[in-house]
Design a protein around this ligand. Structure first.
Ligand code: AKG
Ligand code: FE2
Length: 264
C-alpha cells in the first residue's frame, strides 16, 4: 500500500517524487514492444517521439498508453496537487542514446520562468493568487535512469525559490551538488511540478533511455493553445475523456474526475 500522506508531503517539499514499481516488468516490456513496433528513427536528431498535440501522439499506439492516462496509483496523488478537476495538456516520449548532451535547466512558473521579468539576485515575492503547482508532469520510466545513466535532473525545492537561477548553475549544472539526477529504475514514475527548476542530464547509459511524459494542469490552466486529440484506435473511458476536454473553470465548466464517473 502506498502512503499517500507521505507522498503529498515529499512532493510538496521537494517538487518531485519517485515512485518505484508502478509498472511490473511485463507491463514495461509490453509498452517497449509497442514502441519498437513503430520503428522510430534512432534517437539523435531529436530526443522526442509520439508527441501530442498535434493529434493524439503515442495514445494511438495501443491501449496500454491510454491506460496510463488515469492509472489508479496516480490519480489520488495528482488530486493532492491539482484538485478534482484537471486535464492532460500534452504528452511526448523521450529516448536518448549514449553520448547525447544535456538540455538547459528550466522552470515554467516561479522566479526562473521565462515569462517572469525578474533580474538575477533580485527577490521575487510570490503572489498568493498565482498557481505554481498547477502543472504536474508524470514520467513513466521504461528503462533504468539515474545518476549512473542520466535522464531527468532537478534542483529539489527550487519550485519554492524566490530568486532566478544563477548563471553559474545554469552553465555548469553537472558540477553543482544542488542539481541531482534521481534514481528512477524501469517501471518507476517521476512526478514533478513544472515550477521546479529541472532539465535533462546527458545520457551516459549504454542502453537507450525511454520515458513517457504525461503533462497535467488544473482545468482552467492551459500551457499550449492546442489540444491532444482522442486516439482513434482505443475507446477511452469516460474519465479518460474528461482528461482530454477543453479547459474550463473547475466544477462550473469542467467536471470532477472523482465524483460521478466510472473509475477503476
Ligand atoms: O525528463 C526529462 O528529461 C525532462 C523533460 C522536461 O524538461 C519536461 O518534461 O519539462
Ligand atoms: Fe521541462
Amino acid at each position: 500500500m502506498y502512503d499517500l500522506e507521505l507522498m503529498q508531503y515529499l512532493l510538496d517539499l521537494q517538487g518531485y517524487l519517485v515512485i518505484e514499481n508502478a509498472l511490473s516488468p511485463s507491463e514495461v516490456a509490453a509498452l517497449n514492444q509497442l514502441i519498437d513496433a513503430q520503428q522510430l528513427p534512432p534517437p539523435g536528431k531529436t530526443e522526442r517521439f509520439g508527441s501530442a498535440p498535434e493529434g493524439s501522439g503515442f495514445l494511438d499506439w495501443g491501449k496500454p498508453f491510454c491506460d496510463l492516462l488515469d492509472h489508479p496509483l496516480l490519480m489520488p496523488i495528482l488530486r493532492f496537487q491539482l484538485g478534482d478537476c484537471f486535464r492532460l495538456d500534452r504528452l511526448y516520449g523521450m529516448y536518448m542514446r549514449n553520448g547525447m548532451p544535456r538540455g538547459q535547466l528550466h522552470a515554467d512558473y516561479g522566479a526562473t520562468a521565462r515569462n517572469v521579468n525578474v533580474q538575477p539576485g533580485e527577490y521575487f515575492p510570490f503572489r498568493t493568487n498565482q498557481i505554481y503547482n498547477g502543472f504536474v508532469v508524470v514520467t513513466w520510466n521504461l528503462a533504468d535512469a539515474g545518476p549512473d545513466y542520466g535522464g531527468f535532473c532537478c534542483i529539489p525545492g527550487s519550485h519554492k525559490s524566490h530568486y532566478k537561477l544563477p548563471r553559474s548553475i545554469a552553465e555548469h549544472p553537472e558540477e553543482m551538488p544542488c542539481v541531482i539526477i534521481p534514481e528512477a529504475p524501469a517501471g518507476s514514475i517521476v512526478l514533478f511540478t513544472e515550477a521546479l527548476t529541472h532539465g535533462t542530464a546527458a545520457w551516459r547509459g549504454q542502453h537507450e533511455r525511454r520515458a513517457l511524459l504525461y503533462k497535467y494542469c488544473v482545468s482552467h490552466v492551459a500551457w499550449t493553445a492546442k489540444r491532444v486529440a482522442p486516439p482513434t484506435t482505443t475507446a477511452l473511458t469516460s474519465r479518460q475523456q474528461i482528461l482530454l476536454r477543453e479547459p474550463g473553470d473547475p466544477h462550473l465548466h469542467f467536471p470532477s474526475l472523482f465524483e460521478g464517473v466510472d473509475a477503476p
